[in-house]
Design a protein around this ligand. Structure first.
Ligand code: G3P
Length: 217
């Protein structure tokens, strides 16, 4: 399973990248706004910086909602760097645009996926990545992980080549469950990635080893 970080924060991207386990970055308009990035030039420069920092796929989301506008915006984003993946919302014109990008050699990530039916359409259109939002499904009283399990089964049965990119991750346990369920990629905040490191017995064990080491140092 690949590890992406879900942020536009450069310090967090740097920290995750320095761990040596980072395969890519996903962003969205809310995450870009959180960093105070304003204006097209600033957005483009920010994506450029991320692409120079991380050697992997970097999702840049369109903010257009009609076919022609999504295609025009996506072409501009894709021109920023060879590793840019155009992130397109799961809407009718989005599906049409994903098919257009697929036919024209531009990789896409279909975002805001909340059902198997939506994921099947995105796979048929040729999306490189499909992003089910498991945390937001959990928030609404359903089990987001059920969707990952269902998609892993369908994609395997049907031989779809799109990668299941589990998004809206809220905890280290989400990451572990995604690995169990067969997600191809997980994109999570830095906090959830670092949470995987933690175990109290590791801390207790290390403290004891370091204490004992003083006896022969
Ligand atoms: O980037 C898309 C997704 O990961 C958003 O997560 O926490 O806003 O539901 P969240």
């Amino acid at each position: 399973m690949k590890f992406f970080i879900d942020t536009a924060n450069l310090a967090q991207i740097k920290e995750a990248n320095e761990l040596g386990i980072l395969d890519g970055v996903t962003t969205n308009p809310s995450l870009m706004a959180k960093e105070g990035i304003k204006g097209q030039d600033a957005v483009i420069n920010h994506y450029k910086t991320i692409c120079e920092m991380v050697n992997g796929d970097i999702s840049a989301e369109v903010i257009s909602t009609t076919f022609n506008e999504i295609v025009e915006e996506g072409k501009k984003l894709a021109a920023i760097h060879k590793n840019i993946v155009v992130k397109v919302p799961m809407i009718k014109d989005g599906i049409k645009a994903i098919k257009w990008f697929t036919d024209n050699g531009i990789k896409t990530n279909c975002t805001l996926v909340f059902s198997a039916g939506q994921a099947i359409l995105a796979a048929k259109a040729g999306a490189a990545y499909i992003s089910p939002f498991i945390g937001r499904i959990d928030d609404s009283g359903w089990d987001g992980m059920d969707l990952i399990i269902q998609l892993a089964h369908i994609f395997d049965m049907q031989g779809y080549t799109s990668e299941i990119l589990a998004a809206s991750i809220r905890s280290p346990l989400h990451i572990i469950k995604c690995a169990e369920a067969g997600a191809d990629v997980v994109t999570s905040p830095l906090e959830s990635i670092l949470g995987l490191l933690k175990h109290p017995l590791t801390d207790i064990g290390l403290a004891k080893f370091l204490e004992d080491a003083k006896k022969f140092a």
